[in-house]
Write a protein that binds this ligand. Sequence first.
Ligand code: XMP
Length: 317
Amino acid sequence: DWTPDIFVETTVEELKKKLGEEKVILGLSGGVDSSVAAMLIHRAIGKNLHCIFVDNGLLRKNEFHDVLASYRGMGLNVKGVDAKDKFYKALHGVVDPEAKRKAIGKVFIDVFDEEAHNIEGAKWLGQGTIYPDVIESVSVKGPSATIKSHHNVGGLPDYMKLDVVEPLRTLFKDEVRLVGNTLGIDKNILGRHPFPGPGLAIRILSDITPEKISILQEVDHIFIKGLRDRDLYDEVWQAGAMLLPVQSVGVMGDERTYESVVSLRAVSSVDGMTADWSHLPHDFLSDISNEIINKVKGVNRVVYDISSKPPATIEWE
Ligand code: XMP
């Protein structure tokens, strides 16, 4: 019978044999899969695992620093790379959702390739691929997927010439979480909602500017913190906020305002393929709406998305 303890024990032994004294490079995304894959490989080869965590400037508020600190706390040899400006530059004026994804994927590869170059003598590329990624031809998760979807574009970046090591290839998501738990990974990382690789870029329904990102980060932070504080976080499968390209009229004191609308989205789902909108308590939604409008400058209206997938997708782009 499969148990996480036996899986960890046998996998670490196999990795030790396979990797010996050789170096592995791995891109961390802050998500469950890449974190668990990293910890398994770390158990086997320690400092010979070189992790790279890229700040694309499209993450949640404080996420880069908090997650980097957790990784370091777990003993991982990880380099945090601030590439915000490169991503913002590539996204400047881009509105089309697929063009945003392409631009982000391309910059990610450039940044990762540059970093990989600095790790001399690396032989392996570690990836957090899990079984559903293997059976789906197009995966949607994390840097590994970004790499895959660009596999056939032009010449391969240098790091793609490395041999791939994917210790989670046979596991389903719930098994990955059990393994992560056995490895002592932070509950905060193991229990987190899925978050799209292109991040907040596909939750801003217009061109991306640092100002819009900062508004959306504040809104998202209030929503997610609210869910945690009210013990609702684990009841929803994924949650977030969209910044709409719409201004609406409001009143503040004696003045009329003309500011942005945000939409909150929370869904229940098993695998993201279908989803129902979460029936969050009305008083909770009311509190969150007030807090957002009072605290976030530039937003004067909050709406709640009550669309199911299909036909509506979880993200708006
Ligand atoms: P949709 O919007 O298609 O989303 O219902 C289903 C799940 O996939 C995530 N998603 C993405 N993840 N890159 C990713 O890594 C992407 O381009 C992307 N688009 C959507 C979405 O957050 C949800 O969990």
